[in-house]
Design a protein. Structure first.
Lengths: 464, 440
């Protein structure tokens, strides 16, 4: 990382160039990242890939409009000129000028606390771990027919310099393991997924998230899919497990609490109003040890907790500096970019429901027939608050007891109605790590306790 | 940039690689965007790098670097070789691709190169001005993308191609007394610069206005018409995966071994056509330099074959169909469609909608969570409409479809006569006789 020594010299010249052009705000975000991906299937290494990602993103605000350009670090000054001319070209078309919420500029150098940087672990060791994981999954059950694994890691530095005086270096990185496993019995073919990772821990993460744990989890899911029955169609009382509840938090209201989406959504104008059951508190926060957190966002704002729902009341939105000024809601450090190739967007970090006071027995008590959804496979939100969550592990609830497994299904609802029908929250909170794809990819965590939802809150996409 | 690729290959050969491939890629994107009804941003991004794939004693590795100096490339080749040495031998490895014959397709519009942001801005401004105030624009954009590539490998393969693609459109909601409609999207893809703000404004206004009248959704089996966008989404995460040769070879496709069998209605014909000029996924070569081609997959309902990349084709004793796709985000070589083309049928829009009761699905939520192995899907539909007596009766909310794509393909009874260009396909709307509908 020789460039690191000269990075701010290069960026400072770019800032001067932008100010000379008359830009009101000049932001330069550079990065030097080493990334690894190992693709692995059925005992074979598909590919060992390394990527060296180096570049600069330049964003300027000129006469109330944004200009953005990205490219090579050595071209920083020309990128600034380019961004300025782009902003000038479109600024004449704006009636209302974009204004940024003021912040206190800060200088910081944030270090990672990896015990083992993934870059210090050899390809041999990483492949050996995948060999072991593949063998354990294949041996879980003879009905397992295909195992696809993917290991990724990243480690490097992001640099941020603005003409307001913000000067931050952040060491960043993560490790992630993904499995897609296929099972077959007679003519029935099915599959399940598993994804785990950490942006707080380095390769040592896999000392706690062992191959045995992953194999047990994914193997079980595949076999439950093979043995499951088709779900019924309609609305039923249900209990959602923490992994599904996290996705509910992310899809049902999380996206619509991103201020750029809120303003054209069903939650527009509802700040301060009741949107959920009184027992519900939902937050987005950079919790230590989970995916999606960092000390600063990509505008140099310190990441802070946002209480999106507080005891049923819509209380907060996620903002960047532009939308904080526009809405009058405080900045919270939610402006994130996938890499130097992208401008920032308002993104969730770790979104979860707070715990409640229901025991496990109370959550299931009194449900004559319903479903328990334990694990998810993807989800998607709509601006009218329609949400969908794919479910890959579910069970019937019969007379208050968890019963037979259910095949693939998905659940949906209208968040403005569903959130009001949550009637119980469990005492323990669990988290799930993954990636969100709102135009760009962002590492996020989601979570919560078990939640019990009344009939009418969730529609089950069944076939019977 | 062929010289850089040739340099990388020569370095690899000197350093002891058994085989080496270098693919230079430059992606340039210019876009003007509007949010909340106003132009807000103009952007230009350029990503230029070289991907080097190395084989040493049947072990494969690759590296992607943005450092395009000779020193940067030398270092990258050395790193890739070290990774290959650390990797595992693949007994099935045969070789990198050999030179082929390319179909020249006109996919380049010189007007899009170095386009002025002012030119990109005007159609967006016009589009917004054409919309009534009860329609709120979440995002409108005019984007032009340039992709330039050069591929050289140690087997004598050397080829370059270049393409332009424009995406123009918007995402908007209709304002209701209580809340908003779901987001409607209208995006037009074109190889030649041709923004059509009036067409986009007219189309989305019509869709939103039709939705504002409330329709009723009922659970049960019903005829369903999929718009081109909805059908593309559904098939992308189910049928198209089952047509991947890799998935067939690995026992992950229910279509394996069914060549020559009737797997869909006789009204259904599907090709993967990488040579179609208008196709957004069409290219001269795939991501390992193999010529793209027109591959029949399903003809009048009968399965003809599968899509292959070079590795899995050689392993299974067939030829690559030019479907290697390097997933830049995940850094993996996969087998994916180029441009999927469903042959249009005879049905006019009026004829297609001529059913007593049913639904028209404009877009889907959650298709990516489908199970590609089993073909089972369970998706929410938004926006969606109720059809009664051949007319759109109104918009419906809280509606889902849960069914199996392989059984559904047998239930096609009408294929529209007009195709649309979507993100990965060129296809018409299609009607299915009986789909399992879930309603709250």
């Amino acid at each position: 990382m020789l460039i690191k020594l000269f990075m701010f010299d290069i960026l400072e010249k770019g800032i001067a160039r932008g100010e000379h052009q008359g830009a009101d705000y000049v932001e330069l975000r550079a990065e030097e990242m080493n990334l690894t991906m190992i693709g692995y299937s059925d005992g074979r290494v598909d590919n060992c890939n390394a990527r060296v990602r180096v570049g600069t993103a330049c964003r300027v605000l000129y006469n109330g409009a944004w200009g953005f350009a990205c490219g090579r670090i050595e071209d920083t000054e020309s990128l600034v000129l380019n961004a300025c001319s782009l902003a000038k070209a479109v600024s004449e078309h704006r009636k209302e000028k974009i204004v940024l919420q003021e912040i206190d500029p800060c200088e910081d150098d944030v270090k990672k606390k990896f015990k083992r940087s993934p870059q210090d672990v050899s390809f041999e060791e990483k492949i050996s771990r995948l060999d072991n994981l593949c063998t354990l999954i294949q041996n879980y059950d003879q009905r397992i027919k295909a195992v696809s694994l993917k290991y990724t890691d990243s480690h490097g530095f992001k640099y941020l310099l603005t003409n307001e005086g913000t000067k931050i270096t952040q060491e960043i990185g993560d490790v992630y393991n993904y499995c897609w496993v296929t099972g077959k019995e007679n003519d029935v073919l099915t599959a399940a997924r598993d994804g785990v990772g950490s942006s707080e821990k380095g390769y040592e993460y896999f000392e706690e998230e062992t191959e045995e744990k992953i194999a047990e989890r994914i193997g079980r899911r595949v076999i439950l899919q093979l043995e499951g029955k088709n779900p019924k169609s309609g609305s039923f009382p249900c209990v959602l497990g923490p992994r599904v509840v996290g996705t509910l938090a992310h899809e049902a209201l999380g996206h619509l609490a991103e201020a750029d989406l809120t303003m054209n959504s069903s939650f527009s104008g509802k700040l301060g109003k009741k949107v959920a059951s009184d027992i519900i508190t939902m937050v987005d926060a950079p919790i230590e040890g989970t995916f999606g957190g960092a000390k600063y966002d990509d505008e140099g704002v310190k990441m802070q907790q946002v209480d999106i729902i507080k005891e049923g009341i819509f209380s907060g939105m996620l903002t960047d500096r532009e939308y904080a000024y526009r809405t009058g809601v405080p900045v919270c450090g939610a402006a994130r970019a996938e890499s130097f190739l992208f401008s920032t967007l308002i993104r969730m970090r770790n979104t979860f429901f707070e715990k409640g006071d229901y025991t496990d027995d109370e959550l299931f008590e009194g449900i004559d027939f319903g479903y328990y959804c334990a694990d998810y496979r993807g989800g998607q939100a709509q601006l009218n608050s329609s949400f969908q969550i794919g479910i890959q592990e579910a069970f019937e609830i019969q007379n208050g007891e968890v019963g037979a497994p259910i095949k693939d299904l998905s659940i949906s609802g209208i968040a403005t109605e569903t959130l009001l029908l949550i009637e119980g929250a469990g005492k323990k909170v669990g988290f799930e790590e993954g990636y969100c794809g709102k135009g760009q990819r962002a590492a996020v965590s989601t979570g919560g306790p078990h939640l019990r939802i009344k009939k009418g809150g969730i529609l089950f996409g069944g076939r019977e | 940039m062929r010289e850089l690729c040739e340099y990388a290959v020569s370095v690899g050969e000197k350093k002891g690689a058994d085989e080496i491939e270098a693919m230079w890629i430059r992606e340039t994107s210019s876009v003007v965007e509007a949010e909340l009804g106003e132009i807000c941003r103009a952007s230009m991004s350029r990503s230029e790098g070289i991907r080097i794939r190395v084989i040493k004693e049947k072990a494969i590795s690759s590296i992607f670097t943005y450092l395009l100096t000779k020193e940067g490339i030398r270092t990258a080749v050395e790193s890739a070789l070290a990774a290959a040495k650390a990797s595992k031998k693949d007994e099935y490895w045969d070789s990198l691709p050999f030179p082929g014959t390319y179909v020249t397709v006109d996919r380049w519009d010189p007007f899009m190169k170095d386009i002025d942001p002012e030119i990109l801005t005007d159609p967006v401004t016009e589009l917004i001005s054409l919309l009534h105030e009860d329609i709120a624009v979440h995002l409108a954009a005019n984007e032009v993308d340039l992709l330039e590539r050069s591929c050289v490998n140690s087997n004598g393969l050397a080829h370059e191609d270049a393409e332009t693609l424009q995406a123009f459109g918007l995402s908007a909601v209709g304002k209701l007394k209580e809340g908003v409609t779901p987001a409607f999207q209208k995006i037009f893809f074109s190889r030649k610069y041709n923004p059509e703000p009036q067409k986009a404004a007219h189309s989305i206004t019509e869709d939103i206005n039709r939705f504002k009248k409330k329709g009723t959704a009922l659970s049960g089996k019903a005829p369903v018409i999929f718009s081109p966008v909805a059908l593309q989404l559904l098939l992308r995460f189910t049928l198209f995966k089952a047509l991947s040769g890799e998935n067939v070879a690995r026992g992950k496709s229910l279509l394996a071994g069914k060549e020559g069998e009737q797997v869909a209605s006789s009204l259904f014909t599907l090709h993967d056509d990488g040579t179609l000029p208008a196709g957004p996924g069409s290219k001269e070569m795939d991501d390992e330099g193999v010529p793209c081609q027109d591959t029949p997959l399903i003809e009048e309902g009968v399965l003809q074959g599968f899509m292959w990349n070079d590795y899995w084709a050689k392993r299974m004793g067939v030829s690559s169909t030019g479907n290697a796709q390097y997933n830049d985000r995940n850094d993996e070589m996969t087998t994916e469609q180029t441009t999927m083309v469903i042959t249009p049928g005879d049905y006019t829009r009026e004829e297609l909608f001529n059913i007593k009761e049913g639904y028209y699905m404009l877009n889907l939520q959650g298709a990516h969570g489908s199970n590609p192995e089993s073909g089972d899907f369970s998706v929410a539909c938004a926006p969606a409409y109720r059809i009664e007596n051949g007319e759109i009766a109104g918009g419906v909310v809280g509606i889902m479809l849960s069914d199996n794509v392989f059984s559904l393909l047998q239930k096609i009874d009408a294929v529209g006569s007009e195709s649309e260009v979507t993100e990965i396909a060129v296809l018409p709307p299609v009607r299915f006789t009986e789909v399992n509908v879930n309603a709250m």
